[in-house]
Design a protein around this ligand. Structure first.
Ligand SMILES: C[S@@+](CC[C@H](N)C(=O)[O-])C[C@H]1O[C@@H](n2cnc3c(N)ncnc32)[C@H](O)[C@@H]1O
Length: 292
């Protein structure tokens, strides 16, 4: 029997063979990572959250965001970075080369993710804060009102939010972008990923079957934002979403106006490949700046 056949037989009765194989594969693979030491921090499959489950995708996305952080903030070691919606800490891993003499702070509404991160990244220059406010998709049982972050004004050079404004209704998107602007130092930058409804999106619409075929073969047009989220004219969600916060997209003009309302400016936009075009990352990445 070949090795794949032996493994298949071994895991034939397993409810979750990927998870079991992952436990074997990770220690083997870590021995072969010669140059990217921080990849050893990638958690086991059952802890990999945020819509990115495979080990390879974590390593890939960590690399993309390390390059972006270096590009935007310089190749420094004293960065103070806030990661909004840190999940199970993908960007805590990406931050490692930059925060040795600085600090990474992760904040999330999920108490279990925060507890996991505190244990998993113990010993690194990282803090993790639980925010006791609701998100109807991630933490429906918590206090419904948005909550100001327990963080000082102008205390971070970089704020990241990877796949987080894609889970905010309009009121929360506004409230938390104002919070982001408050905690950012003048001259500081933010990397926020979004589903932006712009010309590329509208150009991608005549081929909905192309969009559907890209998402795990599901027979749905996955990234069609054809429903108003809570009656908003510019925040939209797909028809399949059980609650709008499962996936929210923003009209690009409304986003631009919100950025300006918050006293920020857009420095750069890296279009995402979710709109059937080449892109650095899956979602659109917006680079924001707080004027000095
Ligand atoms: C798609 S996951 C992304 C996790 C992580 N950034 C990543 O990419 O691996 C969205 C995260 O945002 C968190 N979240 C949702 N609403 C939030 C809020 N109001 N404040 C902070 N985090 C929030 C969720 O709990 C979840 O961990």
């Amino acid at each position: 029997m070949s090795l794949p056949e032996r493994l298949q037989a071994l895991f034939a009765d397993s409810a979750d063979p990927y998870s079991e194989l992952d436990a074997l594969y990770l220690p083997l693979d870590r021995k072969r990572v010669l140059r990217s030491r921080n990849l050893g921090r990638i958690p086991a499959e059952r802890h990999r959250r945020g819509g990115k489950v495979s080990y390879a995708e974590w390593a890939h996305v960590i690399g993309i965001f390390q390059a972006l952080i270096g590009q935007q903030c310089g190749w420094r070691e004293d960065l103070r970075m806030l990661d909004v919606g840190c999940g199970s800490g993908l960007l805590a891993i990406a931050s490692e080369p930059f925060v040795g003499k600085g600090r990474y702070t992760g904040i999330d509404v999920s108490a279990s993710q925060v507890a996991f991160c505190r244990e998993h990244y113990a010993g690194q220059p990282c803090d993790f804060l639980h925010l006791d406010t609701a998100n109807p998709f991630y933490a429906p049982e918590q206090t419904p009102e948005p909550l100001a972050w327990p963080l000082d004004d102008a205390s971070f050079e970089l704020v990241t939010a990877l796949s987080v404004w894609t889970h905010f209704r309009e009121e929360e998107a506004r409230f938390y972008l104002a919070e982001l602007a408050r905690v950012l130092r003048p001259g500081g930058r933010a990397l926020v990923t979004l589903f932006l409804l712009d010309d590329d999106y509208h150009r991608s619409l005549p081929r909905p079957e192309g969009l559907a075929s890209r998402f795990h073969g599901l027979p749905v047009a996955r990234w069609l934002f054809d429903r108003a989220a809570y009656g908003s004219s510019s925040w939209r969600c797909p028809a399949w979403a059980d609650v709008p916060e499962q996936a929210i997209a923003i009209d690009s003009d409304a986003w631009q106006a919100l950025v300006e309302d918050c006293g920020l400016r857009v420095r750069d936009l890296l279009p995402g490949n979710w709109k059937e075009r080449p892109g650095a990352f899956f979602q659109d990445v917006v680079v924001l700046e707080k004027p000095a």
